[in-house]
Design a protein around this ligand. Structure first.
Ligand code: NAD
Ligand code: DAU
Length: 350
C-alpha cells in the first residue's frame, strides 16, 4: 500500500506515469502536485481524472509550506518526483528557472519528506526521476553506465545533476530511502511540440520548416515513453534503496536520420507524394554547447530487474504519429498563444 506524492503529473512523462500507477494500483492513492507551467496540461489526464484514487493539486514544488501541508494532509509514504523544467533550449535562455524548480524544488521535497518521515523509513520511498544528460556528451563510441562520472554541460543538465547529488547526499547522510533513475530521450503521445519529434510531426502536418540544428549529426537514444513508465514501476517496487538505474532504448539515431524517417512515415500516412516532407528540412544555427551523443547501457536494469523495452522504434514512432494525427485538437491547443511567441523567438522567424 502506498500514498504517493507524484510531482509533475500533468507533463509528458508524468502523465503516462500517473496513468500507469492510478490504473495498475487502484489500492494506492496518487496525489499529483503540478504547477501547470506551459508544459503541464490537465488534458493529458482527462481519461483518469475521475478515478477515486487520483487527486490533483495545483502548486509549486518550491513552496515548502505547501509541500509540508500536503504531507500532513495525505500522510505520503512515497514520492515519485517527475516535475522539472525539462527543455535544454529554454535553459539556455532562462537558467534560473531551471535552478529554481530542478534544484530548489527537489531540495524542498526532500526536506518536507525528511521532516514528516523522521527516521522511520519502513515502506518509504523517495524516487527521483532524472536524465542521462547528467553524464555529459559521448564521442562516437561507448555508453553511459551508472559509474560514468557526471559532466553536465547545459544549465538544464547541470540543474538535474545538482538535484541528483542532493538526493544522494540525503541517502548517505540520513540513510534516506532514495532511488534514482537516469533515462535517455523519450518519445510518444502528449510530448510537448517544442522537442524534436513532436515539433517535426506538427510542422510536417502544417507544411512548415523542420529546423535541424547544425549538421543534424548529433545522436540520441530514443525510448517509448510507456516503456520508461514501466521501468519506473519496476524500480519503484523492486529496485534497491540507494541505487541508481540507467534506462535506455538501445536505439540510437542521428537527428537527420530520425527526421527523414518521420518524413517517410508521414508522407505515407498523409498520402503525400514520396519525398514531399523531406523538402521541409531546414538547417539552422546549432544549439549552444550541443552535446554530440547520448547512449545508455541499461544492463543493470535488465540483469537485476528484468526490464527491457517492449516496442521496436519503427512501431513506436508509427504509433506516436498516429496519436498526433488523431489528436489534432490537443496539438492545436498547445501550439497556440505563448508557444507561438516562444517559437518565433527561438527560431528567429524560420
Ligand atoms: P515536461 O516539461 O513535459 O513536464 C514537466 C511537468 O512539471 C509539467 O507538468 C510542469 O507543469 C511541471 N512543473 C514544472 N515546474 C514545476 C514546479 N515548480 N512545481 C510543480 N510542477 C512543476 O517534462 P518531461 O519531459 O515529462 O520530463 C519529466 C521528468 O523526466 C523531468 O524530471 C526530466 O528531467 C526527466 N526526463 C525527461 C526525459 C525526456 O526525454 N523528456 C528523459 C529523461 C528524463
Ligand atoms: O536525454 C534525455 C533528455 O532528452 C531529457 O532529459 C530532456 O528533458 C529532453 O528534452 C531531451 O533533451 P534533448 O535536448 O536531447 O531533446 P530535444 O528534443 O530538445 O532535442 C533532440 C535533438 O534534436 C538534440 O540533438 C537537439 C536537436 N534539435 C532539437 C530541436 C528542438 C534540432 O535539431 N532541432 C530542434 O528544433
Amino acid at each position: 500500500m502506498h500514498t504517493i506524492l507524484l510531482t509533475g503529473g500533468a507533463g509528458f512523462i508524468g502523465s503516462h506515469l500517473t496513468r500507469l500507477f492510478v490504473t495498475k494500483y487502484p489500492e494506492y492513492k496518487i496525489v499529483n502536485l503540478d504547477k501547470l507551467t506551459y508544459a503541464g496540461n490537465l488534458e493529458n489526464l482527462k481519461d483518469i481524472e475521475d478515478k477515486p484514487n487520483y487527486h490533483f493539486v495545483k502548486g509549486d514544488i518550491t513552496d515548502l509550506a505547501l509541500v509540508r501541508q500536503l504531507f500532513k494532509e495525505h500522510q505520503f509514504t512515497a514520492v515519485l518526483h517527475c516535475a522539472a523544467e525539462s527543455h535544454v533550449d529554454r535553459s539556455i535562455t532562462d537558467p534560473l528557472a531551471f535552478i529554481n524548480t530542478n534544484v530548489v524544488g527537489t531540495a524542498s521535497l526532500l526536506q518536507a519528506a525528511k521532516e514528516f518521515w523522521g527516521t522511520d523509513f519502513s515502506n518509504k520511498i523517495f524516487y527521483h526521476i532524472s536524465t542521462d544528460e547528467v553524464y555529459g556528451s559521448l564521442g562516437e563510441t561507448g555508453f553511459f553506465t551508472e559509474q560514468t562520472a557526471y559532466d553536465p554541460r547545459s544549465p538544464y543538465s547541470a540543474s538535474k545533476a545538482a538535484s541528483d547529488h542532493i538526493v544522494r547526499a540525503f541517502y548517505h547522510t540520513y540513510h534516506f530511502p532514495v532511488k534514482i533513475s537516469n533515462c535517455s530521450n523519450n518519445y510518444g503521445p502528449y510530448h510537448f511540440p517544442e522537442k524534436l519529434i513532436p515539433l517535426c510531426i506538427h510542422n510536417i502536418i502544417n507544411n512548415k520548416p523542420l529546423p535541424i540544428y547544425g549538421k543534424g549529426e548529433n545522436v540520441r537514444d530514443w525510448l517509448f515513453v510507456e516503456d520508461h513508465a514501466r521501468a519506473i514501476d519496476v524500480i519503484f517496487h523492486k529496485g534497491r534503496i540507494g541505487e541508481t538505474y540507467n534506462i535506455g532504448g538501445h536505439n540510437e539515431w542521428t537527428n537527420i536520420a530520425l527526421v527523414k524517417e518521420l518524413c517517410k512515415q508521414m508522407d505515407e500516412k498523409l498520402r503525400r507524394e514520396k519525398g514531399t516532407s523531406e523538402k521541409l528540412i531546414t538547417y539552422v544555427k546549432d544549439r549552444a554547447g550541443h552535446d554530440l551523443r547520448y547512449a545508455i547501457d541499461a544492463t543493470k536494469l535488465k540483469n537485476e530487474l528484468g526490464w527491457l523495452p517492449s516496442l521496436q522504434f519503427e512501431e513506436g514512432i508509427s504509433k506516436t504519429i498516429d496519436w498526433y494525427l488523431n489528436n489534432k485538437e490537443w496539438l492545436d491547443e498547445v501550439t497556440s498563444g505563448n508557444y507561438q511567441k516562444y517559437y518565433a523567438k527561438q527560431y528567429d522567424g524560420v
